[in-house]
Design a protein around this ligand. Sequence first.
Ligand code: SF4
Length: 75
Amino acid sequence: MANLQNGLQSCPTRIDGAPVLFAHKVSAGQCQDRQRGQYHKCFTCAYNNLYVAKHGRPLPTRVVQKPSPLAMKVG
Ligand code: SF4
């Protein structure tokens, strides 16, 4: 999903919503560059140009940072 704060999108974002083992954040330009290079994960991705033309872009999400359960207040 695209992030509202920085516009980056998770690569890949599976069409079926399944979690992926390895994902990272890319800009829209990087995404287009990878698609032109026929990146092997693009065809099952919700940011694939063919999929977006038919269904629209995935909705952006807001990242909510939760406090770490390991964080301790010292002092
Ligand atoms: S379309 Fe391809 S490059 Fe773009 S986010 Fe999906 S997997 Fe990554």
